[in-house]
Design a protein around this ligand. Structure first.
Ligand code: PLP
Length: 422
């Protein structure tokens, strides 16, 4: 079947033909068949340089031979036992040795599960009900995470999805990333009832936005002052900027951390972990329930071990420099074309916003011209460059991207930006 036929069939099977909403776009989303290194290929065999990397995990590029070999070996020796395995211990040790604040952990099957359990654990440990999340912070698709800020003077969040009870959103306070005063205001009023603050340390789900002015340090101080827990959601940032967490780069210790994506090397995984005294609250040692048939499964952990063992010996400057060179090139192109854009780069993550003002939080991010970005996406596609299809996602660099990819990408961006200039 060609793309059109496949998509037609898919629409009879899945709402709008997809299994996750951001994968849908008009007229027909690209349907990928395989990928090698930095390239992915659609069912018509068109080649694209991939800057989505499956929304982050594929940091080594696609079909890495060593990782594939380790997965195949595991397939040949059994893929699920429903009991503790050696792989889990190995992967757990690698992660604990690399991420300072993770003393104990539990593996889950996705980042969504990881943050859901971490939030329940924070509530169980502190005996408090309220949580604080940042507007525009994404922590997966469970009820406690699908909350946005209400309008006007409403302090509590409102559901950002139908089906999330108002009772749930009334337990979630929404603060502004990079605006510590907004957090202080919440703590002044509700501090003794706040179980935790959860935040991505670098926002990656509204495009990329870095922390400024000691925002994260102040979050650490204020949570300590009120005996609330600080949860860093490092599902994207864990092992993305260096062979450790972002927390280890900046020297801030959260109480709990969530991870996913890279630690499974492209196979389904999640993790929550942190202080021993908190983790011991998890069942069966404690009374906070958490479980999963596939949690810590042999396949995902084999892929994770193989990926992290390779990453351990990689020089992250390579991907970080690539992103900064691409960012600089994009700045030059857009300045020559007199286009109003903001280019945010954080290590090996990058996004271009069609916006006159600097993008520093959710509100500035959503003031960007998302339609223009969509036009850019379409033009880039025609030129063999695949970036995530939304203004509010992040472009990622892998170790498989080459100098020649960079040159081709800059050429393609030049043409694409010229053609969408108004
Ligand atoms: N947390 C962050 C920061 C994420 O970026 C994501 C997914 O993109 C999640 C949690 C949810 O992870 P998953 O899609 O594996 O459920």
């Amino acid at each position: 079947m060609n793309s059109e036929e496949l998509f037609k069939e898919a629409q009879t099977l899945f709402p709008m033909g997809v299994n996750s909403p951001v994968r849908y776009y008009k007229p027909v989303p690209v349907i990928f068949k395989h990928g090698y290194g930095s390239k992915i290929y659609d069912v018509e065999n068109h080649e694209y340089i991939d800057y989505s990397l499956a929304f982050g995990p594929m940091i080594l590029g696609h079909a890495n031979k060593t990782v594939a070999e380790k997965i195949k070996n595991q397939v040949d020796s059994g893929i699920l036992f429903g009991s503790l395995t050696e792989n889990e211990v190995k992967l757990g040790e690698i992660i604990r040795n690399a991420v300072g604040s993770i003393k104990m952990m539990r593996f889950t099957n996705s980042g969504t599960e990881a943050t859901m359990h971490a939030i329940r654990l924070a509530r169980g440990f502190t005996g408090r009900k309220l949580i604080v999340k940042m507007e525009g912070g994404y922590h997966g698709a469970h009820d406690y995470a699908l909350i946005k800020s209400g309008s006007g003077n409403i302090t509590f969040g409102v559901p950002s999805s139908a089906g999330v009870p108002e009772e749930v959103s009334k337990t979630v306070l929404v603060g502004q990333y990079n605006d510590i005063e907004s957090i202080e205001t919440l703590f002044k009023q509700y501090g003794n009832d706040i179980a935790c603050v959860i935040t991505e340390p670098v926002l990656g789900n509204i495009g990329v936005v870095s922390p400024k002015n000691d925002f994260l340090k102040s979050l650490r101080e204020i949570t300590e002052k009120y005996s609330s827990l600080l949860i860093f959601d490092e599902v994207i940032t864990g092992f993305r900027f260096a062979f450790k967490g972002y927390q280890d780069i900046i020297g801030i210790k959260p109480d709990l951390t969530t991870m996913g994506k890279i630690i499974g090397g492209g196979a389904p995984i999640g993790l929550f972990g942190g202080r021993e005294d908190i983790m011991e609250k998890i069942s069966p040692s404690g009374d906070v329930y958490e479980a999963g048939t596939f949690s810590g499964n042999p396949l995902s952990t084999a892929a994770g071990i193989a990926t992290l063992e390779i990453l351990r010996n990689k020089d992250y400057n390579y991907i970080n420099n690539y992103a900064s060179m691409l960012g600089k090139a994009l700045e030059e192109i857009t300045s020559e074309l007199h286009m109003d854009v903001q280019i945010n780069v954080a290590y090996s993550m990058l996004q271009m916003f069609f916006n006159k003002t600097p993008v520093v939080d959710y509100r500035t991010a959503i003031s960007s011209d998302a339609n223009k970005f969509r036009r850019l996406f379409m033009e880039l596609l025609k030129l063999g460059i695949y970036v995530p299809p939304s203004q509010f996602e992040t472009q990622f660099i892998s170790f498989a991207h080459t100098d020649s990819d960079l040159n081709k990408t800059v050429d393609a961006y030049t043409k694409a930006l010229e053609s969408i200039r108004d």
